[in-house]
Design a protein around this ligand. Structure first.
Ligand SMILES: *[C@@H]1O[C@H](CO)[C@@H](O)[C@H](O)[C@H]1NC(C)=O
Length: 330
């Protein structure tokens, strides 16, 4: 019983077509017409299975053929055209006629060689750009699955953090490093306060083609996560996230003034150091002004005094000298 099961398995494996460039593009009916007149020379019998095994060996299980079929997005139609141009004339020529397997071998091998030469010239994939997004341009045709393999990145990009001052402008761009189709639609969504990537926390803000989202004057309630999602038709291509933290202006202004006072006006900082919370520098202004004015007045008085005192001995000296000279002359 076991052997019969095994035999069944073997037969089904042999007969089940393994997918490849050939299977992806050539119709089973055409293959049957192609193989109908396959004659095994050794036994002089018509044998269709032997022809299918030949096709498998030459096309389906050949690495060079599969590699030649790894073309970029949209070029599978050209792959089919190339293969059709090689196979269909053979189908017409061999249809309902007997031909020895050696002829099949030679003609099919030539067809495979021509396919490899032509398909290898088709554009290849240039690459995928990590870490996110459905990148169709990065797709490559797979002759084993008859489908395009995508870059297989997640749709969601990592959250990017942005820090802005209150009342200043925030700008976010929905840009991706890979090419996009022409028919894109951009949806911006916002999740207030939180830093999140959970889709149900977002509310739609704008729908359109605008890749730039700008907040002219950022307020505290603008803090949170912004998501932009790019669609092409009904398909989502990528989702970008920005988490914005807003620094309140009052605190920022206060800190700046505090630093200026500490650094330049009061090197010791004794006046400003207060045990209960930071002092308001505006309240310190009158006393500071008084101090400045007093100092300036004092300096003015001192310099005036110095000027006065320096002029007096000079006059006295002048008089003495004149007197002396007069005495000498006399
Ligand atoms: C695959 O096909 C190419 C071209 O037809 C041939 O030169 C090569 O020997 C084949 N490889 C194998 C493993 O059969």
């Amino acid at each position: 019983m076991c052997t019969s099961v095994l035999r069944l398995l073997c037969v089904s494996l042999l007969l089940s077509p393994s997918l490849s460039c050939y299977q992806c593009f050539v119709d089973v009916q055409d293959s049957l017409r192609l193989c109908w007149g396959h004659v095994l020379t050794e036994h002089n019998v018509r044998n269709v299975d032997g022809c299918f095994r030949k096709l498998d060996r030459i096309f389906n299980n050949n690495e060079t053929v599969i590699e030649a079929g790894r073309v970029g997005q949209g070029y599978d139609t050209q792959l089919k055209a190339i293969l059709d141009a090689e196979i269909m004339p053979l189908v017409e020529e061999f249809d309902n006629k007997l031909n020895p397997d050696t002829v099949y071998e030679e003609r099919l091998q030539t067809a495979a060689d021509n396919f490899i030469a032509a398909a290898s010239k088709l554009p290849r994939v240039t690459g995928c750009f990590p870490p996110c997004g459905f990148q169709s341009a990065g797709a490559v045709y797979n002759c084993i699955t008859c489908k395009y393999d995508s870059c297989e990145f997640p749709l969601d990009c990592p959250v990017e953090e942005i820090k802005v001052m209150e009342n200043s402008r925030s700008r976010m761009r929905c840009d991706v490093p890979f090419g996009l189709p022409n028919d894109i639609e951009v949806i911006w969504r916002f999740a207030e306060e939180v830093k999140t990537q959970q889709l149900d926390q977002f509310k739609e803000v704008t729908v359109g083609v605008d890749r730039l989202y700008s907040i002219p004057s950022t307020r505290l309630h603008h803090q949170g996560t912004y998501q932009c999602e790019i669609y092409s038709g009904q398909n989502s291509i990528v989702r970008l996230y920005y988490y914005i933290t807003v620094t309140p202006q009052v605190v920022a202004g206060h800190t700046e003034l505090q630093e200026i006072f500490d650094l330049s006006l009061l090197p010791g900082g004794q006046l400003l150091s207060s045990p209960d919370g930071p002092p308001n520098p505006i309240l310190q202004l009158p006393s500071l002004l008084t101090a400045c004015l007093t100092t300036s007045l004092l300096l003015l008085c001192l310099s005036l005094g110095a000027l006065y005192w320096s002029s007096i001995p000079q006059r006295r000296g002048d008089a003495d000298e004149t007197d002396g000279s007069e005495d000498e002359e006399r």
